[in-house]
Write a protein that binds this ligand. Structure first.
Ligand code: NAD
Ligand code: MLT
Length: 310
């Protein structure tokens, strides 16, 4: 059987596929028309986030049995079109959880202490000690929207740093909240009491523009916002305006509605916004985890017909 790996993944994953006896082609950076032209030869397609598996690509995928995403979100796959064609879509949601939680926490500290701005200032030859006054996070309230895998890991770690944690998640049970020692709350309370808000939900019809001018109005003055989940959960125009007015003191963004954003995008140009180019899952460990997991899952499916998302 033939497997196409169309985004770069750790070589450990490729080795597993080859050891299982598959013919593996690693072809990254394909244009949509190039992928469409060759997809018909393959039994499995392994992707990260760059490859967009549209209905048009799927139409030509006549032998394809499985699409494996080395990562969490499967937003770059047309799942309806894949399902109609009998193609299984699988992901590896557990492999980058800790790494992404650590990234969100790094963003939170960077926001509180203006570390990226101070670094840029020193690299420009300046010594602006007064300009970069920070805030402590100790005894502050952290509002977590979405208490799944990543949100829970953020909660556990930030409780150890002395933060009071509030969480909003419509699917969170009272038992789980109690087990984590966090206060389960509604969104209005989370907005009105949090000093920092971090988002860890998928992008769905319910979470699209969850952070917008109306919800921002309910927040504390001077709140900080972190988004390492998905672009589109925050209305970026409303966020920009709230930062200009001082309502929001700063934002840390790893994900954007359009990736990469336009050059000179005002939100990114603003000094109170710190940002990373969708690096949440980018550690050696996480990339090995997701590559190994997706390779094993694809092997299991093609050989034994077993479906799992590790
Ligand atoms: P998860 O499924 O384990 O957790 C998501 C949580 O969001 C669930 O507990 C769910 O109940 C909750 N939720 C769903 N709808 C909600 C709503 N309307 N309001 C509040 N909560 C809601 O997912 P995860 O692995 O923790 O990932 C969280 C997000 O992070 C996803 O969007 C994922 O794609 C993203 N992610 C980003 C990176 C990155 O590189 N930046 C890396 C990994 C994951
Ligand atoms: C994910 O969904 O796992 C993340 O967006 C990370 C990525 O693969 O870039």
């Amino acid at each position: 059987m033939k497997v196409l790996v169309s985004d770069s993944i750790s070589s450990k994953g490729v080795e597993i596929l080859k050891k299982a006896g598959f013919e593996v082609d690693v072809k990254t950076g394909l244009k949509p028309e190039e992928l469409k032209a060759i997809i018909g030869e393959y039994d499995a397609l392994i992707i990260r986030s760059a490859t967009k598996v549209t209905a048009d690509i799927i139409e030509s995928a006549d032998k394809l049995k499985v699409i494996g995403r080395a990562g969490t979100g499967v937003d770059n796959v047309d799942k309806v079109a894949a399902t109609k064609k009998g193609i299984v879509v699988m992901n590896t949601p557990g492999g980058n959880t800790i790494t992404t939680a650590e990234h969100a926490i790094a963003m939170l500290f960077s926001l509180a202490r203006k570390i990226p701005q101070a670094t840029a200032s020193m690299k420009a030859g300046k010594w602006e000690k007064k300009k970069f006054m920070g805030v402590e996070i100790y005894n502050k309230t952290l509002g977590i929207i979405g208490l799944g895998r990543i949100g829970s890991e953020v909660a556990k770690r930030m409780q150890c740093m002395g933060m009071n944690v509030l969480a909003y998640d419509p699917f969170l049970s009272d038992e789980r909240a109690e087990e984590l020692g966090i206060t389960k709350t509604d969104l209005d309370r989370l907005f009105s009491e949090s000093d920092f808000i971090t988002i860890h939900t998928p992008l769905t019809a319910e979470t699209k523009y969850l952070i917008n001018k109306d919800t921002i109005a309910k927040m504390k003055n001077g709140v900080y916002i972190i988004n390492c989940a998905r672009g589109g959960i925050i209305n970026e125009k409303d966020l920009y305006e709230a930062i200009q007015s001082g309502k929001i003191a700063g934002a840390a963004l790893d994900v954007f509605e359009k990736e990469p954003p336009e050059e000179g995008y005002p939100l990114i140009a603003d000094e109170r916004v710190i940002c990373t180019p969708h690096l949440g899952a980018s550690t050696v460990e996480a990339q090995e985890n997701v590559a190994i997991a997706i390779a094993e899952q694809v092997v299991d499916y093609l050989i034994n017909g077993t479906i799992r998302n590790a």
